[in-house]
Design a binder for this molecule. Structure first.
Ligand code: SF4
Length: 502
């Protein structure tokens, strides 16, 4: 079992999943090296800023409706709370709730705390969070500073817990623990699995846990699942502690994103007997078919799924053909987290586009259920071998590559990168909503969104005339992966062939 709930700290992705943040090659080579166990991370001689895994942990936990977070670290470590708060406002708005801010306290570790220990201010922070928010649980997220000085987080938490009588749960997500920010999702889910989820008192076979982010697709999924005789339970964001405690009752768990949901899904399967559906992501037709079919197989609804998909195929066929005709051969570069990137590459190729490069912000050589991610394996079945790289949002690599490859469009999932493509005059789509391109109707809508972006590129063109990139001519003439110290780096001529102006 890869998920050990006897530990207080999650095992980071580099160790558990052989995850990497540096690679350049092709999708078939990446899959082959993953499957043979030979994949190694390539370090960089130069690296730009990237994200910290505490942002993922705090962001995900801070939208649990009746929980509070105490971030034990210097005030700067709480800087990304602003982003989490913006996401939380969005999620509340689409639910029609009264909007409020996330409930996060930072202990403001100073030099004094670093020298003499931060246990006292941590306890004060926990008591203050309880007094201010009256939460049902408090999650304590750690930082590099608290980790380096070795604060005794667990005993401080135990003593605070005894005073206030609610679960106070450590979330070990110091930035230095992992180079992969998605390790923060695992740290958050580890906290939920160890302290919040309870063994089921009764099973509800019709209930399906759906792990997602903001959850804009709730109504559509509820309708689809309703036709199958299933009831979705979305989360764990925008759920209460009590709701999460009963996730063990479900008949299955499925996720909108393999990178996000793997730890929780497999943790529920391995420790609470709830099967986790491992499928392609439901983006694009083949992804949605696979996602729903595998769910149907898991919960014994094969016939109902087959009927639903057959009906959708007939309804969507004419418009899909029209979209494919308009997008045929359009060149696209993709830049997203690993599961989204490899699923979107498949989806865009299925629409007839030509994916000329795929960036993923990290890559998991395997998932918690074992084996290379199915979205990566799926891409190896195509005749063509797609150039890919792994880069923790190193914008210098992406911008350099875009300037050489000159795609018709860039499709990304993080604003920090997508905006640069726009500044270069390349139309860009930022997939912030995880339910973009979901199912048949979502695929059609996303197809039209690409067509619209390609049809009117005035914003990007105007911006590119007025903005100077922060990189020198020298850098833009270099190999985009010049600083990647990859043992098996392709020869210069192979590399040039891949990155050649198309
Ligand atoms: S935990 Fe470490 S890496 Fe993360 S924000 Fe704080 S200092 Fe930076």
């Amino acid at each position: 079992m890869s998920i050990n709930l006897d530990r207080s700290q999650v095992i980071i992705r580099e160790k558990r999943l052989k995850s990497i943040v540096g690679y350049q090659g092709t999708i078939k080579d990446l899959a082959e090296q993953s499957q043979s166990g030979c994949l190694k991370n390539a370090s960089r001689g130069f690296s730009q800023a990237t994200n910290c895994n505490s942002g993922c942990a705090q962001g995900y936990l801070s939208s649990i409706t009746d929980a509070a977070i105490v971030n034990h670290g210097p005030i700067g470590c709480a800087g990304d709370v602003a982003g989490a708060n913006a996401g939380f406002q969005w999620g509340q708005r689409i639910r029609g709730w009264n909007q409020r801010n996330v409930r996060v306290i930072n202990t403001n570790m100073s030099e004094k705390a670093v020298v003499f220990g931060g246990d006292k201010i941590l306890k004060e922070g926990i008591l203050k969070a309880y007094e201010r928010f009256k939460p049902k649980a408090i999650f304590v997220t750690t930082s590099c500073a608290s980790g380096i000085i070795g604060d005794d987080i667990e005993s401080t938490i135990k003593s605070a817990e005894a005073e206030i009588g609610i679960p106070v749960v450590p979330v070990f997500c110091e930035g230095f623990r992992s180079q992969i920010w998605a390790s923060g999702f695992d740290a958050a889910f580890h906290a939920l699995l160890t302290r919040i989820v309870k063994p089921a008192e009764k099973k509800r076979p019709e209930l399906v846990n759906v792990i997602n982010f903001v959850g804009s697709g709730r109504a559509l999924i509820t309708e689809i699942f309703g036709r199958l005789g299933l009831v979705p339970q979305f989360g764990t964001q925008y759920s209460s502690i009590e709701e999460i405690s009963r996730w063990s009752e479900a008949g299955a768990t499925i996720s909108i994103c393999g990178t996000l949901g793997g730890y929780m899904g497999n943790g529920l399967e391995q420790n609470f007997g709830v099967p986790y559906v491992t499928a392609l992501q439901p983006h694009g037709i083949s992804g949605f078919d696979d996602w729903l079919t595998k769910l149907g197989e898991t919960v014994g609804k094969e016939k109902e799924v087959e009927e639903y998909l057959a009906e959708q195929k007939i309804l969507a066929a004419p418009e899909l053909e029209e979209i494919k005709f308009k997008l045929k051969g359009k060149k696209v570069v993709v830049g997203m987290g690993p599961s989204f990137a490899h699923n979107y590459i498949r989806f865009l190729e299925d629409l007839g586009m030509e994916v000329v490069w795929g960036f993923s912000w990290h890559y998991d050589a395997k998932h918690d259920h074992g084996g290379c991610p199915s979205c990566t394996v799926e891409l190896t079945k195509k005749d063509k071998d797609i150039p890919v790289s792994v880069s923790d949002q190193q914008n210098h690599e992406v911008i350099n590559l875009l300037s050489k490859v000159k795609p018709d469009i860039f499709i990304g999932r993080h604003p920090g990168m997508s905006v640069w493509a726009t500044k270069m005059g390349i139309p860009a789509i930022m997939v912030s909503d995880e339910y973009s391109a979901f199912g048949y109707q979502g695929t059609i809508e996303f197809g039209h969104r690409i067509i619209d972006a390609l049809t009117n590129n005035n914003l990007a063109l105007n911006l590119s005339k007025r903005i100077n990139l922060p990189y020198t001519e020298w850098w833009l003439e270099q190999d985009p992966f010049e600083f990647l110290e990859q043992n098996n780096k392709r020869t210069e001529s192979e590399n040039k062939k891949n990155v050649a102006v198309r």
